[in-house]
Design a protein around this ligand. Structure first.
Ligand SMILES: NC(=O)c1ccc[n+]([C@@H]2O[C@H](COP(=O)([O-])OP(=O)(O)OC[C@H]3O[C@@H](n4cnc5c(N)ncnc54)[C@H](OP(=O)(O)O)[C@@H]3O)[C@@H](O)[C@H]2O)c1
Length: 268
């Protein structure tokens, strides 16, 4: 999506994928800096490891946890800061819920499945957005309890609970990695909480395009969306951080749909 965006804007830039072993992350970032890279995206397990390597954290990275887009401030920030960490995932999930699921998070009741890196960023950002009630459900319950305590402390207006709701919700958000593989179980015990109790179901997973959870939710009559929009919107934000120019979002969406889901993307 980035190369399609560079081409659309006539920028002679390139986005390349590099596989880096965790123990080489510091050397790789220093190498990127001296070679004049403007910025990098990090994915697991580097997002968390990178926290200790940043010269400065943007407010987004401080607020929402793991670093997603550290930006080498080599071109456009004067002064001593070299590498600044940003988190563009958190804003992206709110935008995706609004634009792709067509549900307003503010004032909503939300059930979040999974409190790993992406789930945590989503929970904190949704709390900041002013959801009414947030239920946190995680395979390792202690992590959900810990995150609930952080949210209660930082966002006292939000009613945060651990476990499954005793009421309907507007949004059910899957932030677990269960669904990436065809044989994965549903990330939710639907006997305990039927999917029909959710207006909309968002799955952060985008490949496969329809996870077993999304299929079951569609069949239960829920509105559904996969994680492609979240991927797109964090990418668009990163593009704007690096280039200082508005991202050509529809060009990026088409490229993503084509590359990730294997069929031509339609501009909306
Ligand atoms: N669309 C996007 O742009 C985007 C961005 C980021 C992430 N994602 C997706 O979001 C998901 C989570 O990513 P992450 O970075 O947060 O990973 P992570 O930090 O490794 O967290 C994984 C989460 O999934 C849970 N989990 C794993 N296997 C499970 C299973 N079989 N049943 C129930 N829960 C299970 C883990 O529970 P425990 O705590 O018990 O281990 C944890 O809550 C992944 O599928 C990733 O592809 C999408």
């Amino acid at each position: 999506m980035h190369n399609a965006a560079f081409a659309a804007l006539g920028l002679d830039w390139r986005y390349v994928a590099c596989e880096v072993a965790p123990e080489n992350l510091a050397a790789a970032l220093e190498g990127a800096r001296v070679m004049g890279f403007c910025g990098v995206n990090l994915t697991v397990p580097h997002k968390r490891l990178a926290l200790d390597l940043m010269d400065e954290l943007d407010a987004s990275a401080r607020a929402w946890g793991g670093v997603w887009t550290p930006v080498g401030q080599l071109r456009w920030v004067p002064g001593p800061v070299r590498l600044r960490g940003h988190n563009t995932d958190a804003d992206a999930i709110v935008r995706a819920l609004r634009e792709d699921l067509l549900i307003e998070p503010r004032g909503a009741r939300v059930l979040l499945l999974g409190t790993g890196g992406a789930g945590k960023a989503a929970a904190l950002r949704l709390a900041d957005e002013g959801v009414e009630t947030l239920w946190l459900q995680n395979r390792t319950a202690s992590k959900a309890v810990e995150l609930a305590a952080e949210i209660a402390d930082r966002f006292p207006a939000v009613d945060v609970r651990v476990g499954l709701p005793d009421t309907d919700v507007e949004i059910l958000l899957n932030a677990t990695s269960s669904g990436l593989k065809a044989e994965d179980p549903l990330p939710l015990d639907v006997a305990s909480y039927p999917l029909a109790r959710a207006d909309g179901v968002y799955d952060m997973i985008y490949r496969p395009a329809e996870t077993p959870l999304l299929r079951a939710a569609r069949e239960a009559g829920c509105r559904t969306a996969n994680g492609l929009g979240m991927l797109l919107y964090q990418g668009a934000a990163a593009f704007e951080l690096w280039t200082g120019r508005p991202a050509p979002v529809e060009v990026m969406r088409s490229a993503l749909v084509r590359e990730v889901q294997g069929y031509p993307g339609e501009s909306r």
